[in-house]
Write a protein that binds this ligand. Structure first.
Ligand code: ZN
Length: 225
C-alpha cells in the first residue's frame, strides 16, 4: 500500500476540493476515514488470515463492491444529524452525490494500491473472484505493513516517492476540481451541490432549523452561492 499518511492526504485533498466556501472539518474528517478505511483489513494478520485470502489484506475491503456499500453507509452516517433536515434520509438531496463521492474515494484507495510495486494485488472484483490485480505501471513504492520498518529507515524514501506519485497528483486534481466547481458555480443546480456547510444563525453558534430548511429548499434566488 502507499502509506496510510498518503491515503489520508488524498482524502483530505478531496474533502477540501469538493466543499463550498470554507471546507467543513466534518467532511474532511469523513473523507480521510473513507480514503483509509480499506486498510482496516490489516487486522486480518492479527487473526492469522493469510494475505491472499478473500478477507486478507487487499482482499474484499479493497473491492469495488465494498466501496459501493461503504460509500452508501458513510454518506448516510454523514448526513444523519438529529434535529436537522439532514437526518431526513433518504429524502436528502445531497445523499446520492455524497454516496457517489465516498464510493469514488474508497475505490481510489484500491486503485492507488494497484500502482504499488509490492505485496499482493488488489481484489477489485471480490467477492465474485479473489483474483488479485496490479496495473502494468507500478511506480509507487510499497509501504511496509510493519510500522517499525516504516519508521526504521524506509519511511523517508517511501514518503519521497509518494510525494511525487501520490501527493502531487492529489494536490493537482483537487486544485483542478476546485477551479471547475468555482467556474461552474453559477450553472450548478442546487441538487448538484455536493456539500455546503449550513449557514449559522446570526447571534447563535448553532444554525437554526429554519435557516437549514431555507438553505436546503431555496434554490439560490440570485443564482449565486
Ligand atoms: Zn490498501
Amino acid at each position: 500500500m502507499p502509506s496510510c499518511i498518503s491515503h489520508a492526504f488524498v482524502g483530505a485533498c478531496a474533502g477540501v476540493a469538493v466543499s463550498h466556501d470554507t471546507p467543513p472539518r466534518r467532511l474532511v474528517l469523513f473523507s480521510i476515514l473513507a480514503a483509509t478505511l480499506p486498510d482496516a483489513d490489516v487486522l486480518a494478520f492479527a487473526f492469522r488470515i493469510p494475505y491472499d485470502h478473500l478477507f486478507g489484506h487487499r482482499g474484499i475491503l479493497h473491492s469495488l463492491s465494498f466501496a459501493v456499500l461503504a460509500g452508501i453507509l458513510i454518506a448516510w452516517i454523514f448526513l444523519r444529524r438529529r434535529s436537522t433536515p439532514w437526518s431526513a434520509w433518504p429524502s436528502s438531496r445531497n445523499f446520492p452525490f455524497l454516496a457517489m463521492y465516498f464510493f469514488l474515494l474508497i475505490a481510489t484507495h484500491g486503485v492507488l494500491d494497484a500502482f504499488t510495486n509490492g505485496g499482493e494485488g488488489v481484489a477489485f472484483f471480490a467477492p465474485f473472484t479473489n483474483e488479485r490485480f496490479f496495473f502494468d505501471f507500478t511506480p509507487i513504492e510499497v509501504s511496509p505493513i510493519n510500522l517499525a520498518l516504516f519508521f526504521g529507515g524506509r519511511g523517508e524514501a517511501i514518503l519521497a516517492n509518494e510525494l511525487v506519485w501520490v501527493w502531487m497528483p492529489a494536490l493537482g486534481a483537487s486544485v483542478l476540481v476546485r477551479i471547475l466547481l468555482i467556474a461552474n458555480r453559477k450553472r450548478l443546480h442546487p441538487r448538484q451541490v455536493l456539500y455546503r456547510e449550513p449557514r449559522p444563525d446570526p447571534g447563535s453558534r448553532m444554525p437554526s432549523p429554519q435557516a437549514l430548511m431555507i438553505s436546503q429548499k431555496t434554490p439560490n434566488p440570485g443564482g449565486r452561492e
